[in-house]
Design a protein around this ligand. Structure first.
Ligand SMILES: [Zn+2]
Length: 150
């Protein structure tokens, strides 16, 4: 697993989101052999869709790519701890391993809030690795929200 390489791809997506005026979060789905199956970044404004988060976009692209509704054996890299909705989607997709950048104490649903993977209603628990590229992910988001307040 080349975590830094895939996280760099996720950051490219986050930057693309920022350029488009979307919240700068990016994600990538990779199969067991290290093949990139799906890329995604937040597109809520573009798609007029509150569910168009980076993880959902990357999962949809990967499923289309494989022609199946599950991504077992695949890993998902995302620049920020997934929200509860995306955490549940990751479980539904049977993602093998989730690697995320910054922790999100306010909106995260993996290590914070509802801790989706620990719920009895959640039937698949991916391996979770947090804090990869945390500093970069955090400063990207802070800069974005600061610019909006000014
Ligand atoms: Zn989400």
């Amino acid at each position: 697993m080349d975590a830094n390489k895939f996280m760099a791809l996720a950051f490219e997506q986050a930057n693309a989101a920022e350029k488009a005026g979307e919240v700068p979060i990016g994600a990538v789905v990779v199969d067991a052999r290290g093949r990139v199956l799906g890329l995604g970044h937040n597109r809520n404004r573009e798609r007029l869709d509150p569910t168009a988060h980076a993880e959902i976009e990357a999962i949809r692209a990967a499923c289309q790519n494989l022609g199946q509704a599950r991504l077992d054996g695949c890993d998902l890299y995302v620049t920020l701890e997934p929200c509860p909705m995306c955490a549940q989607a990751i479980a539904f997709a049977q993602i093998r391993r989730l690697v995320f950048g910054a922790y999100d104490p306010k909106g995260g649903g993996v290590e914070h809030g509802p801790r989706i993977f620990n719920q009895s209603s959640c039937h698949h628990q991916p391996e979770v690795i947090g804090g990869i590229g945390e500093t970069e992910a955090g400063s990207l988001l802070r800069a974005f929200f600061q610019a909006r307040r000014d």
